[in-house]
Design a protein around this ligand. Structure first.
Ligand SMILES: [Zn+2]
Length: 405
């Protein structure tokens, strides 16, 4: 399984020139081989073209400024593009030939297996050493959890540079989850909190993301007032793109860390199935951003769970907030009512915590082996662990690994 980790690079002006030069040379190599291929009736193998690279370098001495693996990966990129073109053709799409790439259209170079190394420093920024390019400051805002097999260096539309590390995640746990010692958790996707789980963790919505989102909205409004084509418009457009990137990065960072924490701690994770409409109506017809965050979170869980050999179960959310998790009696509560207070057994707790327990229980009711219930006695004072979003981002959610106090 491949996972990628994206980090911002902060190249100096001098670094930028070298990076741009590398991009440009790779672009020319891409175009060079593409033209060659377009003249041929039969496409030679990639390996055959790769063998021509050393000879080409002798004639075209500038290419010595580019790491040899990087040049090889240009060919890979070209062949990948050819492949997806022929796939489209097979699927009935009308496709032309690949076109040569202009400067604006070639944005990435790739190191594979060798030629790159991360260097830790004592400073805020660490360094990424790229062979033939130099040591570029990098912001490792989250841990690279496995060894990287390759790295893609990318320039985005606003002229910012990123390093995207490719890793191959190994399966840590075997698919031998024994029902007796399964550690399971139910998760309610909440409005008050991002999630509340059946182990009484409450994780707040990523507020700092929301703050950045406010800035983004403001900048977008600002942009619409500027005259198109003017310098101010261009400047503002860059700013908008930058904020957009920031919001996206922070949100993903939060979701990655939180999903890692759950996948590392539990053998079975049970959540509401967002595609079942009974929930959509009740919870969030107007909250699209919440919805997309939860979906992304579930997607990440499913993806990581697969490689970790654990189970993610999605259950029908019907009645999970109505039902008392202790006695099973159903009562209607309006959305604004944050507390669950059972008229039948007297169980009082957080509304979403009650739901999380029901969600966990639902996975047991679906013909699955029994799981040790988290708590059974009706209590009225649950000790919640409230976790801020920034704590998740900064620490990677170790709260899940220590005992609830
Ligand atoms: Zn009850």
């Amino acid at each position: 399984m491949n996972l990628s980790y994206k980090y911002r690079l902060y190249p100096s002006e001098k670094d930028k020139k070298v990076l741009e030069k590398n991009l440009d040379l790779c672009r020319q190599v891409y175009n060079h081989f593409l033209e060659k291929l377009n003249k041929k009736d039969e496409t030679p193998s990639r390996y055959e073209l790769q063998k021509q690279l050393p000879k080409l370098k002798k004639k075209w001495t500038e290419l010595k400024q580019v790491h040899s693996k990087v040049l090889q990966m240009v060919l890979k990129q070209l062949y990948d593009n050819l492949k997806s073109l022929s796939e489209q053709k097979r699927n009935g799409y009308k496709v032309g030939k690949l076109r040569c790439k202009g400067e604006e259209w070639f944005k990435t170079i790739e190191y594979n297996q060798s030629g790159f190394k991360l260097k830790r420093t004592e400073n805020r920024l660490d360094k990424l050493r790229l062979s033939k390019i130099g040591k570029i400051p990098i912001q490792l805002h989250r841990e690279l959890e496995e060894e990287a097999k390759g790295v893609i260096i990318k320039r985005n539309n606003t002229g910012e540079w990123y390093a995207i590390f490719q890793t191959e995640q190994e399966t840590e746990k075997q698919n031998s989850v024994n029902s007796d010692d399964v550690e399971a958790v139910g998760i309610d996707l909440g409005i008050q909190n991002f999630i509340v789980d059946s182990d009484s963790n409450r994780v707040e919505h990523p507020k700092n993301v929301e703050k950045a989102e406010e800035q983004l909205k403001k900048a977008q409004r600002n942009l619409s007032r500027k005259e198109k084509g003017s310098n101010n418009h261009k400047k503002q457009r860059k700013r908008v793109a930058k904020l957009h990137e920031q919001v996206k990065n922070r949100r993903m960072d939060f979701l990655h860390k939180l999903s890692n924490a759950y996948v590392n701690k539990y053998d079975r994770i049970v959540l509401e199935d967002l595609n079942i409409s009974s929930m959509v109506q009740g919870k969030m017809n107007s909250k699209n951003t919440l919805d997309s965050g939860w979906r992304k979170f579930i997607q990440l869980l499913l993806y990581k769970a697969e490689s970790a050999g654990i189970e993610v179960v999605l259950v029908d959310p019907k009645d999970t907030s109505k039902k008392c998790s202790q006695c099973g009696v159903k009562t209607n509560k309006p959305l604004w009512q944050r507390e669950h207070s059972c008229p039948s057994c007297g169980y009082k707790t957080d509304r979403d915590y009650n739901a999380a327990q029901n969600i966990l229980e639902k996975s047991l009711g679906e013909g699955r082996a029994k799981v040790t219930p988290v708590e059974t006695e009706a209590s009225t004072d649950t000790n919640f662990r409230d976790v801020s979003a920034s704590f998740v981002i900064e620490t990677g959610s170790p709260f899940l690994t220590s005992e609830v106090s």
